[in-house]
Design a protein around this ligand. Sequence first.
Ligand SMILES: [Zn+2]
Length: 329
Amino acid sequence: MRAKRSKKYRKLMHQYEMTFGFHEPYQVLVDSNFLRAVHQFKMDLIPALERTLQGKVKPLLSKCSLAAIMAAQPINPRTNNPFRPQHLPPPTVLPLRHCSHNEDDTPIDEVECLLSLLCPNTETMRNKEHYTLATAEPVALAHDELDSNDAKKRRRAEAAFNERNEKSSALRSGARSIPGVPIVYVKRSVMVLEPLSIPSERVRIGVEKGKFKTGVQAALDVVSNLKRKRDDEEEDPVSRTRGPKKARGPNPLSMKKPKSRAKQTPDQEGKKTKSRPKESEAGGDLDNADGETTSMPKTKRKRRHKNTKTEADSTEIPAESLTTGGIED
Ligand SMILES: [Zn+2]
């Protein structure tokens, strides 16, 4: 189970690397809920993140997140400053990400701050800095009087708790709407990496089809293309079932044959060289090739050496790619 999950997460991060240009160390914006949850469930911030993202991480705390953490703390009467909370790691472990949202650098709402860091420009909708978001469902705070006998206090605490829940889910749904934002989430005592959001997935499909337009437009194009294709197919289902078989079946074969013929001309002589019996699968072609070779035997012999070299090269490449494929899996 554990191995299966880490394999899944490795694959996910690989997709972020290929599609959105992520690279290690992954920059992770952690929010106040995440830090509280990590502390509550006695997780180790960096090792836990590295296990989840399957690579080196560089966690960061925005100035506005820090302000939100400190604002929730009781005041130390001696210093008149809030107590430093236990769930706030030292800056050596968790450096500050300086952010400026206004002229006098006053901190803004944490969720607004994080979304603006993840997506500085709502026109382009790009996570330019390749941030990962690490967040969590809110946990009850020490001063949350959810169990209070005082109905008034309890209602106020419940309202505040509900508001934190709503803001937490707004942050996640906002982050999901930006293509290319990995989201780490702590729910109860489990740290998970969310699957690609729909906008991320759309961009990924666009890139894999060789459309290198970036951002949302490319995704929308892909979707509308798919939709158009589907509509066309639904109009006449008969041609849909027959069409691809007729069109796709014979064409690739007829494309391959001339290639294999050219390469296999030395093959009929090359019965001496034992390394190539597999390629004579297209045996029918050899007959044709025979006719050609008999007409020009001398030139073919000269070419044979070159061909054997190139063939050896070409057979080596797939063999290597097969093995590397095995390792990656
Ligand atoms: Zn900020």
